[in-house]
Design a protein around this ligand. Structure first.
Ligand code: SF4
Length: 426
């Protein structure tokens, strides 16, 4: 930074300190509307995929209202693919968590803590006009605390309040009853900064031509892009049958029943996921299903394909936009698919579709039982995960068929792929 810009920077900081004192003085935080020109803010949201996807619309709205504001974002490597080269992000600070955990497990303490040292140095590189903690957990709270700013705000987040003591490091924006979905809760923070700016739940990420080409070439090599005996390439449905909590996992044989139904109707079936041994083991019923379809004489090659571990997150996102439908447990890929405008059906059990459901227009929906205990937000169930056990394939097939008649809503302009909310009631 040259001397002149540093002077401007410092004088902006003085204004904010004054305003920051006003903010800290009372119980109610007044709206903070006068962020100076060319302010720099830091977004603290380390992961996971769904959280990044729920936060991006707020940052896109901020940049549309105030293109002069520079946005830095600190994120974990597992989700950084979504933000690399994003047109609205000035500087991406990536926490190399995978490497940190590997070094930590190998007891290479010096190297592991070197990664943390670098992270802290990067977070403290600039003095920010505002630091926004959208995660509301201890780790995001500590990074917010270590950052340099006199204005630190936190989102009311999933549970309506910041957790794990993260509220020590920033002031939580009060939850507004109208903000039921997490996307809207995060936007409360931006509204606090800038006042009533337009918010359309717009979402986009950059997917390069090479990434698209790789997906197209893979489909081509499998015969999925070539015409079927009926004349055009057989449409395909993608299934992501994995979840991070056991209570969110719909039984695998039910997914196979749904796949069998659509396979008989002429759809190809693609399985997507992150890869790894656990997912491989869980997919056993699908390997048997592939053998079953291989024995049927339809003239369509490769009616079932396995993509776990083959594509990056962005490539998988592009693949989703090429499919007829994405059927998925409540998971990060569900949010990505919905946000990119692909037809998406999410299966919900213990989590709350009103707060956390796919919510980018009519082309996405959720399906769940209506048990009195839902949503409990529990990772372990004391009563045998009835919310999943009692959700039968017929109900899911009905919802999936209804969605297939809705137009997909994605847009693709110069490598920018995404969607925006079109239905105000959803
Ligand atoms: S308590 Fe109810 S909602 Fe929660 S996991 Fe068990 S069955 Fe599902």
């Amino acid at each position: 930074m040259n001397r002149k810009s540093k002077v401007i920077f410092e004088s902006q900081t003085v204004n904010l300190v004054e305003h920051g004192q006003a903010i800290g003085g009372g119980d109610k935080i007044p709206p903070f509307h006068n962020l100076p020109g060319k302010s720099r803010i830091l977004v603290v949201l380390l992961g996971r995929i769904g959280d990044v996807i729920f936060t991006l619309p707020s940052i896109i709205a901020l940049k549309q209202a105030r293109p002069d504001i520079l946005v830095d974002w600190v994120v974990e490597d597992r989700c950084s693919d979504l933000l690399v080269d994003h047109p609205d992000i000035e500087r991406l600070i990536i926490f190399r968590r995978t490497e940190f955990e590997r070094l930590y497990r190998a007891r290479k303490w010096g190297l592991a803590f070197g990664i943390i040292r670098t992270l802290i140095r990067d977070v403290r590189l600039h003095r920010y006009q505002a630091v926004l903690d959208f995660q509301g957990l201890l780790k995001s709270g500590i990074l917010t605390g270590l950052s340099r700013s006199s204005l630190k705000l936190g989102s009311p987040s999933t549970y309506g309040k910041m957790k794990e003591g993260s509220w020590i490091f920033s002031r939580q924006i009060p939850l507004a009853p109208s903000a039921r979905h997490l996307i809207d809760r995060h936007f409360l923070v931006i509204r606090h900064l800038l006042g009533d700016i337009p918010f359309n739940r717009m979402f986009y990420i950059r997917i390069t031509e090479e990434e698209k080409k790789r997906v197209r070439e893979t489909l081509d090599s499998m015969g999925w892009a070539t015409p079927s005996p009926q004349g055009s390439p057989a449409p395909f449905i993608l299934i992501h049958p994995f979840a991070s909590w056991e209570t969110r996992q719909w039984p695998m044989d039910r997914f196979v029943s749904v796949a069998r139904h659509f396979s008989r109707k002429g759809f190809r079936i693609g399985i997507i996921g992150g890869g790894g041994e656990v997912q491989k083991r869980l997919l056993e019923p699908f390997y048997l299903f592939k053998e079953e379809t291989g024995a049927e004489k339809t003239g369509i090659k490769n009616r079932v394909a396995f993509f776990p571990g083959i594509f990056s997150l962005r490539e998988a996102g592009f693949l989703m936009t090429q499919s007829s439908l994405v059927l998925t447990d409540d998971s990060g890929p569900m949010h990505l698919s919905a946000a990119l405008g692909a037809r998406t059906l999410g299966i919900f059990g213990p989590t709350d579709p009103v707060r956390l459901g796919p919510s980018y227009g009519n082309q996405c929906a959720s399906v769940h039982r209506n048990l009195l205990c839902q949503p409990c937000m529990k990772r372990r169930c004391p009563i045998g995960t009835l919310c999943m056990e009692e959700l039968l394939p017929d109900q899911v097939i009905r919802e999936a068929e209804a969605l297939l008649s809705v137009p997909a809503a994605g847009f693709d302009r110069n490598g920018i792929i995404g969607s925006f909310k079109t239905d105000p009631d959803r």
